[in-house]
Write a protein that binds this ligand. Structure first.
Ligand code: G3H
Ligand code: 13P
Ligand code: ZN
Length: 338
């Protein structure tokens, strides 16, 4: 099967946008999508704000929505952005958490412009060997490769073992040189999902009673940047779990007690550093769910998906715009904003 050239689809890889993001002290949003409404909201927000954007497809998304459909949606997204008045969009189609050479190869062959090979759970030398193999294949087609070193903490992990999961700064030069990866996802205290910390790991704001998470390990980030000056760093697990959406969900029949994410001031600080890609998925799920629950609660007579998915889409547009403008700072950062 011939390899699909992503450039012919109007997509771009991450190389140039990361370089500009590091130099400019901002980060590119990497939003996961699984369905039409999420994609419409991402493209609406990024086009109106003239922001480069990374569309992320996970293994779960490929299974849920079908890889072929998602790829054609991404191709359509380029045209949709133009229709919205963004005549020179910079859209990356990226495989999130690729788990094997075969998965990464199939995405490269299929028109993705960027892939992640996540060998973070493997022993160090095996992670290097696998990542290198993916890089050698992907670079033949000018597809960029994100790798991961260090394991993201999870609330289910033993607190005692969390520190040892952080990326080891003394390994990053060896890893990036030997693999040839284009960007590196690191572990400095973020984690996936809407429950990033247990209540025991947090303090409580005396005024609001809300949970206040422990800070990210900015010392580890600084040490990594010192080892790899100017090298693109990626943060996974960077949803902030906005309490306004959690409250709407809980007020309208949901049950998300003690959901907590990464405070936005910490993400702002990270975006100003060599962190040039920030991954957000859970926040979109929360905005979507808030819109659907609220609509059903207020209008039990509704049964047209456009009624409740429309509200969900509005909430997601607001969310993405807020992230782009107030957290990552990627608005107005297209090479050509005409
Ligand atoms: O990193 C995980 C992303 O949030 C994707 O999640 O595998 O449930 O699609 P998923
Ligand atoms: P969140 O669960 O914090 O949104 O993280 C998403 C992510 O890292 C996707 O790879
Ligand atoms: Zn992730």
């Amino acid at each position: 099967m011939a390899v699909v050239d992503y450039k012919k689809l109007g997509l771009v890889n991450t190389r140039d946008m990361f370089k500009r993001a590091i130099g400019g002290g901002y980060a590119i949003p990497a939003f996961n999508f699984n369905n039409l409404e999420q994609l419409q909201a991402i493209i609406t927000a990024s086009s109106e704000l003239k922001s480069p954007v990374i569309l992320q497809v996970s293994k779960g998304a490929r299974k849920y929505a079908n890889q072929t459909l998602l790829r054609y949606l991404a191709e359509g997204a380029v045209q949709y952005a133009k229709e919205l008045g963004c005549h020179h969009p910079e859209i990356v189609l990226h495989l999130d958490h690729g788990d094997s050479f075969e998965t990464c190869k199939s995405c490269v062959d299929f028109g993705f412009s960027s892939v992640m090979i996540d060998g973070s759970a493997l022993p160090y030398e095996e992670n290097i060997a696998l990542t290198k193999k993916v890089v050698e294949y992907a670079h033949q087609y000018d597809v960029t490769v994100e790798a991961e070193l260090g394991v993201l903490a999870g609330v289910e992990d033993e607190v005692a073992s969390e520190v040892s999961h952080y990326t080891k700064p003394e390994e990053v030069v060896d890893f990036s040189t030997r693999t040839g990866c284009d960007s590196l996802a690191i572990s400095i205290g973020t984690s996936h999902g809407a429950y990033k910390f247990t209540p025991e790991q947090c303090t409580r704001d005396p005024k609001t009673g809300r949970l206040v998470p422990p800070p990210l390990a900015f010392d580890v980030l600084a040490a990594i940047e010192k080892q790899l000056p100017g090298f693109p760093i990626v943060l996974h697990g960077s949803s902030s779990v906005p309490q306004e959406y959690v409250d709407i969900i809980n007020e309208h029949g949901g049950k998300l007690p003690n959901a907590v994410g990464i405070p936005e001031d910490q993400l702002r600080r990270a975006a100003k550093s060599a962190v040039c890609k920030i991954n957000i998925d859970s926040d979109s799920r929360l905005a979507f769910t808030a819109g659907v629950r609220q609509t059903f609660d207020e209008h039990p007579e509704y049964f047209d998906p456009r009624q409740y998915c429309g509200k969900a889409r509005e909430y997601m547009v607001d969310l993405y715009k807020h992230k782009i403008t107030d957290v990552l700072g990627s608005d107005g950062k297209l090479v050509n904003c005409d």
